[in-house]
Write a protein that binds this ligand. Sequence first.
Ligand SMILES: Cc1cc2nc3c(=O)[nH]c(=O)nc-3n(C[C@H](O)[C@H](O)[C@H](O)COP(=O)(O)OP(=O)(O)OC[C@H]3O[C@@H](n4cnc5c(N)ncnc54)[C@H](O)[C@@H]3O)c2cc1C
Length: 306
Amino acid sequence: MNFPDITADLKARTPQLRGRLLANQPLAELTWFRVGGPAQVLFMPEDESDLAYFLQNLPADSPVTAIGLGSNLIVRDGGVPGVVVRLGRGFNEVAVEAGNRLRAGTAVPDVKVARAAQDASIAGLAFYRGIPGAIGGALRMNGGAYGRETKDVLIEARAVDRAGKVHVLSNADMHYTYRHCGAPEDLIFTQALFQGAAGDPATIAAEMDKITEAREATQPIKSRTGGSTFKNPPGQKAWQLIDAAGCRGLVVGQAQVSELHCNFLINLGGASAADIENLGETVRERVKAHSGVTLEWEIKRIGVGA
Ligand SMILES: Cc1cc2nc3c(=O)[nH]c(=O)nc-3n(C[C@H](O)[C@H](O)[C@H](O)COP(=O)(O)OP(=O)(O)OC[C@H]3O[C@@H](n4cnc5c(N)ncnc54)[C@H](O)[C@@H]3O)c2cc1C
């Protein structure tokens, strides 16, 4: 399915635009699951002021969706109407600052932040080693692992709102809870400032190696997946509830509940987004019937059905 091409109109409204606008750009290849339809328009801004300029001149009723590295995302088969914003080059810098701080653009992969912190003898950011997203996704998801999360290390974040205004948000402004950020949904994050502590590079490296080993042993990290599908309900583990409901290995179309980690869904090769989402909904129904618990999606689903 293709959307009407609105790029000529958008270019006419934004003569000074420096970033790229592409019509009907496939998104599947930009996500870990490798499923889903196109973006009506994919916009890759050059830098924060280019993003702000674009948003200031975009018709107010045009929907805007930010994506990062697509590691927590199902793009539905009919694609995403409006503009999908993907940050690249102009948001890719990492800088070490005084006081064991690290400033990173939101297109920087989490693993690069972990490595930069290690190189600068900054402890406290090693948990980012195992999260396969970029910093924008970590800010929006309150990404975390092994007892730490973004909330514990963030000083402030920069963002651009739907009207093109730049904001600086403190940690409190992000209203973080488990895998949730309560800052306004329209914000596109552009930069983060993190606080670490003085550390020893060899100790940090050993911690990161341990994380890598643990991931490889317990998660299907080489599969087409979206990481943890459902949030852990308070005091419980989603994977245990899914296992107890008999869903380990369950298949719908070409999508499967991972045998290795049953809170992970996998695209066996030819899955549609609908296969994966229907499998997730089937799991939710079975868990509800078995244990009475309603699982809440952690994976974000965007766009429209085919
Ligand atoms: C194998 C595997 C293991 C994983 N392990 C973990 C884990 O241990 N801990 C964990 O927390 N997560 C984990 N995840 C999930 C995922 O990596 C994280 O949620 C990650 O933070 C998502 O980042 P992303 O760049 O891929 O964002 P995407 O998946 O592209 O987007 C996720 C959400 O963030 C929003 N978003 C992205 N960039 C921006 C931006 N610049 N501004 C505003 N909003 C934005 C999107 O709109 C969307 O709502 C795992 C995923 C996989 C595939």
